[in-house]
Design a protein around this ligand. Sequence first.
Ligand code: FAD
Length: 325
Amino acid sequence: MSGMGRDVLVIAEHLQGKLADISFEMAAKARELAAASGGRTLAVVLGHGARALAEQLNVDAVYYVDHPVLAQFAPDPYNRVLADLVREKQPGVVLVGNTSMGMDVAPALAAALGWPLLAYCRDVRWEGDAVVGTSQLYGGKVMAEAAASGAGAVVTVLAGSAPADAGRGAPGSVEDVAAAGLDGVRTRFKALIEPEAADVDITKEAVLVSIGRGIQSQDNLEMAAELADALGGALSASRPIIDNGWLPKSRQVGKSGQTVKPKLYLAAGISGAPEHLEGMRDAELIVAINTDPKAPIFGVAHYGVVGDLFDILPVLTEKVREAAG
Ligand code: FAD
């Protein structure tokens, strides 16, 4: 392999004293890539008093950079440290999580190095001297391949692209690297603001009765809540219901909400926009109720009822209650 370095470097991500799962997944992915290139697997942990985190990644070598400014993630200090470190260690591929943090880090790092950025990658592999990323676009509707060659590439990796367990374990070595260039950083971590505690965790419910704009008003939610109750499940919804303030954000299914995989997902009055389908298409059993026979939700539903939810939901609730005795 000429041109591109053979080593693969993972930028670890952590919050409140815990490495994010994506860090282990990337370590696993790095092992695959390095096995193919004959290179080494490397990782970098930036933190303060967080050396223990560096001991958990199953790679050949972890670089640990300690500085009070690095205690929590902030873009400017991370970028200053990482660009220098990558120049010095010369990996061919840098893996960054396709996360809120990664989206801050990866483009700036690629720009600082003058390297291409392959983003939203489900997969990444070598093809000869080039590194090829398979990017998931338009909420998973399109997969695109892009190849990068040259000195190196920055790749952002989507969660779930490799098994986290293969990336857990003690590294071959942990090397302390002095933090340099952190004078006068322009962004600093001030405080961590946790989201409000969710009322129910819809990602853990076996049965979801999910409602969309077809429900028409907040007063009608009760009808769906009764069915959810009869089925021993919970109420979830499409985005307009949350935007209207009828249910809390924690109940939203889809691209900008939660991804759910219940045993039963009953969608009533939901059209099935791509952004909604992204959050529920892997449910075990999908039942859809919609007045429009052309509604896209029927494209993913296992059972579909073309009909009025105001007629069907109360009857269904009654039947479920009867069956339950
Ligand atoms: P509509 O599309 O208006 O559909 C209402 C449906 O109800 C229609 O199919 C209609 O036939 C049916 N209906 C009407 N009356 C009845 C009745 N009496 N009985 C039965 N059926 C009836 N959306 C999400 O859901 N989750 C997300 O996370 C999300 N994220 C987004 C992120 C981005 C960046 C963008 C651009 C959009 C996002 N959206 C998301 C919005 C998405 O594009 C759709 O606008 C939204 O999913 C539509 O919601 P809906 O199906 O409830 O409403």
